[in-house]
Design a binder for this molecule. Structure first.
Ligand code: CP
Ligand code: NVA
Length: 326
């Protein structure tokens, strides 16, 4: 087989609970090594990674590049104008050429899969030629999903690691996401299909997550899943209140309209008070302070957005080790 001993990382639900827990344990282990200042652990020595970005990024770009370097490898940043996958060259050709130079590919693109039956349709179909599943299919090295219009699995592994560190566990917790039913929500739902916890998405009507993905999480039958339009009620007893931008990359022209529709979905001090004293605030960042979240909530002592951002690197190091069978 083309990827013997190696694995793509495209959706959380491609892995069983034991594998996800193993990745999380590994992330904590390698994090401790890096934080201790020890630079002798070099599993990626002699390896290279191609990083394809069709969208902007700070965390994903810097955490992947830095993490791969700290563990001995060399990462190559390919920005939106560099290879122009799908425009200058077909995805399947990019996949096969990069696989001949590199040991692993990380990609942040718009489309998840064109005409994707399994994951629903409509979220990622407009004007986007490239799709990450096509890239993974034609690459002969592992492909890591660094965000698509559909999902953001690396983010959610980092978030799970952060919850284990701060809340003490992930299983059995209550996570309440407030805002747009977007790519980050889809990855939370796919995690809830593998690990049992209570996940609530409070979003305006018409901005719910993809119905097929909600169904997939519910049908797994291990987590309590709720979709509601009442954030005040939703946040009660939460371990984590989570937010993300109201207009994702590729939707910025809808930002003004969304600000109207999302009134009442801002995470502010009152909402955090309703959540209760044990609730932490999380946000994948970048945040628009004063829009989906107040400055006060991000700066409060129970906000863990910066440890969360740091954990992107540690989570991804473990994901890459797993992908490469190391
Ligand atoms: N959270 C996240 O993926 O951030 P970037 O868009 O900056 O990579
Ligand atoms: N939902 C956001 C996440 C950014 C990390 C976006 O897709 O723009």
């Amino acid at each position: 087989p083309a990827k013997a001993g190696m694995k793509d990382f495209l959706h959380i639900s491609d892995f069983d609970k034991a594998t996800i827990m193993k990745i999380l344990d590994r992330a904590a282990e390698v994090k401790a090594v890096i934080k201790s200042g020890d630079r002798a652990f070099l599993p990626f020595k002699g390896k290279t990674m191609a990083m394809i970005f069709a969208k902007p990024s700070m965390r994903t770009r810097v955490s992947f590049e830095t993490g791969f370097f700290l563990l001995g490898g060399h990462a190559i940043y390919l920005g939106p104008d560099d290879i122009q996958m799908g425009k200058r060259e077909e995805t399947r050709d990019v996949a096969r050429v990069l696989s001949r130079y590199n040991d692993i590919i990380m990609a942040r693109v718009f489309a998840h899969q064109l005409n994707c039956a399994e994951f629903g349709k409509g979220l990622w179909l407009e004007n986007k030629q490239v799709d990450i599943l096509d890239l993974a299919k034609h690459a002969t090295v592992p492909v890591i999903n660094g965000l698509t219009d559909y999902n953001h699995p690396c983010q959610i592994i980092a978030d799970a690691l952060t919850m284990i560190e701060h809340v003490g566990r992930l299983e059995g917790t209550k996570v309440v996401y407030v805002g747009d039913g977007n790519n980050v929500v889809h990855s939370w739902l796919l995690l809830a299909a593998v690990i049992p916890f209570h996940f609530v998405c409070a979003c305006p009507k018409g901005f719910e997550p993809d119905a097929k993905t909600v169904q997939k999480a519910q049908q797994a039958g291990i987590s309590k899943i709720e979709i509601t339009s009442d954030p005040q009620e939703a946040v009660r007893g939460a371990d984590v209140v989570y937010s993300d931008v109201w207009a994702s990359m590729g939707q910025k022209e809808e930002a003004a309209h969304r600000r109207q529709v999302f009134q009442g979905f801002q995470v502010d001090e009152n909402l955090m008070k309703l959540a209760g004293p044990k609730a932490y605030f999380m946000h994948c960042l970048p945040a628009e302070r004063g829009v989906e979240v107040t400055d006060g909530v991000i700066e409060a002592p129970n906000s863990i957005v910066f440890p969360q951002a740091e954990n992107r690197m540690h989570a991804q190091n473990a994901i890459m080790l797993h992908a490469l069978g190391l």
